[in-house]
Design a binder for this molecule. Sequence first.
Ligand SMILES: C[S@@+](CC[C@H](N)C(=O)[O-])C[C@H]1O[C@@H](n2cnc3c(N)ncnc32)[C@H](O)[C@@H]1O
Length: 453
Amino acid sequence: MARRKTARDVALDVLMAVEERGAYSNLLLNDALTKSGLSSRDRGLATELVYGTIQRRNTLDWILNGLVKKGVTSLEPWVRHLLRMGIYQLRYLDRIPGRAAVHETVRMAKERGHRGVSGLVNGVLRSYQRRRREWTLPEDPETPEKLALATSHPEWMVRRLMEVYGKETARAVLEAGNRPPRTAVRVNPLKSDRETVARLLSEQNPGMEVEASPLSSQGLILKGGGNPARGLLFREGWVTIQDESSMLVSEVVDPRPGERVLDGCAAPGGKTGHLGERMKNEGVLFSCDLHPHKIRLIEDQVRRLGLTIVEARRADLRELPGNVEPFDRVLLDAPCSGLGVIRRKPDIKWSKEPREVASLTSLQAQLLDAAAELVVPGGTLVYSTCTLEPKENAEQVSAFLERHPEFRPDGSLEDRLPEAVREKALRGEGWVQILPHHFDSDGFFIARMIKAK
Ligand SMILES: C[S@@+](CC[C@H](N)C(=O)[O-])C[C@H]1O[C@@H](n2cnc3c(N)ncnc32)[C@H](O)[C@@H]1O
């Protein structure tokens, strides 16, 4: 009978699949954990190994390049992932004794390869244990190369962040990228209120600390004490797991009951759900996405929340003008390079390339042009991304406003932002940029514009 998979086996399978299929680590990991039958402790270890190994890849490869004769790229992919995971445990997981990490890694090498591979794995890990002082990271990294190594990000990203935000801020952003994401939930005002839900969550989850979010009036931050996605409050639609910066987006859209609202890039439906809640389930909420397989995710979301005003449809936003009546408010939460959500999806660091930004900015401009046509005179357009790249954010919006003199940046945005955001975030005319270290939340850009009457 086949041996049951351990946390390390599951983690290695996910690491290989992320690279082979180019899929997001969080989706693959969730899927693998659901099928694994692992205890909650082992699920925690598998999660830490997957995220940690991807997060620290730069630093791990720097070490491995000093230990593997022909360098880390000469290794078969599974051996490379296994060694990265082994070194990760030795370097970053103090609670795992070194000999257990080596023993388990060598066992996996034996099971998956021939004797030569397990010999190599054993030799590399033991050499690292003996020589680990040789890999001391600079305490105050001055250059982009050193900062890339110390924070384990690709050099092009470090250079770009330094160029845009300066060295100190870039470093704070990069360090925030390595911190584990906080869990936040949005309370559904159609079912309850923030105080009641905070009390229920604390009662139902011993050890969980619950705090009000400084970013959203509907948000709660949860620390420790279980997974809210498994609880009754989630299943019954009282809460939705969502990052606090994301919550701010629908608050800035500020839709009113009875209006016609479009969520133009909607899947998986996090913001659609929030818009529907704020509309008190009255009016029309048209929610579309390009990819047919994602429409079900929006439908599941709105059903769970008890929303009946949502029409979820597969559509290319660029083809909607002329085919639907215009809307009082349009949200364009555009596809982007995702540099603000690296702590949640660390694989973005290694899968994105600078040239992708160029193709994304051109897609975003096309989406914005289509969205503009879909707003009624006097209506509101909100553009948001979860990235930190100005070409996709403030520069994108400036170019849009030049192409569309019928729109003006909305100066009232300032008054709509919570005080904490006004104090910390970067702001321009009608836009706000939250960086990941400001609130330990996702990095987000939000711009609000008004169409002339
Ligand atoms: C950042 S995600 C949206 C996240 C969503 N607003 C939420 O809060 O859950 C961007 C979405 O845009 C969709 N998309 C990309 N190109 C599109 C297009 N031409 N028309 C409509 N949707 C598109 C992608 O499939 C993706 O789901």
